[in-house]
Design a protein around this ligand. Structure first.
Ligand code: NAG
Ligand code: NAG
Length: 210
């Protein structure tokens, strides 16, 4: 009986391998590619069937105007009197671009919910999905969840998972504010994602390692 269940699981597993998309490193021609730093230390962390990707892009935060992409959907009765806008919940669908210019190549959408969740410091609880629409990872997504203290120059949030090429993803993102317009109409955020994930074509040897 145990053997039969094992065999059934293996057959389902093998079948699923046939329909998985291919995955790999962002190539130098990919709009998400960056070679800013030597990341060899990070590559050395990867072993077995894990692959590594470093993805770099910008997020266009449009708070007002005809192309607004960020909308408040809820607030607390203290939000207006709170120095940190505590309790404000916003839904957003921001363009992701290869360069800082809003008219540079579109690479995806930055979709999710951002909640002002700190009574003392300007800090947002982020539940965000990076949905890639171009390049090698088109159709795949990466999800992050964590606190974002936006007054800090550099912020770090955990990657909590992914879909498509990024199944079994884990890692982190580093984000900085690249540009913030004084009228608070348009912010540009720089994002770099450091992610490991299971290379789909080597999942069969993953199985052998269990
Ligand atoms: C809004 O988007 C359209 C289409 O991309 C563009 O032509 C227009 O200039 C944008 N408006 C503003 C205020 O940026
Ligand atoms: C906010 O609502 C709570 C009850 O829900 C009430 O006790 C409190 O006084 C309200 N605060 C303000 C600033 O209106």
């Amino acid at each position: 009986m145990g053997k039969l269940i094992f065999l059934t699981v293996m057959v389902i597993f093998s079948l699923s391998l046939a329909i998985l998309p291919t995955a790999g490193y962002a190539s130098k021609t990919d709009p998400l590619y960056t070679d800013d730093n030597d990341e060899s230390w990070f590559h050395n962390l990867c072993h077995g069937n894990e692959k590594f990707a470093k993805l770099h892009f910008y997020v266009q935060d449009l708070l007002k105007g005809e192309n607004q992409t960020v909308y408040e959907v809820a607030r607390a009765n203290i939000t207006s009197n709170s120095a940190t806008s505590f309790g404000s919940v916003r839904v957003l669908d921001n363009p992701m671009t290869a360069g800082p210019d809003i008219n540079s190549e579109a690479v995806g959408r930055f979709q999710g919910i951002v909640t002002a969740a700190d009574l003392e410091i300007l800090s947002f609880s982020m539940n965000i999905n990076f949905v890639f629409t171009s390049g090698r990872f088109r159709g795949s997504s990466i999800s992050i969840s964590g606190m974002n203290q936006v007054m800090n120059e550099q912020r770090e949030l955990p990657v909590i998972g992914g879909t498509g090429a990024f199944r079994f993803a884990r890692g982190y993102v580093i984000t900085t504010t690249y540009f913030s317009d004084p009228d608070m109409e348009h912010n540009v955020l720089e994002y770099t994602i450091y992610v490991t994930y299971v290379h789909q074509s080597s999942m069969s040897s993953c199985r052998a390692n269990i």
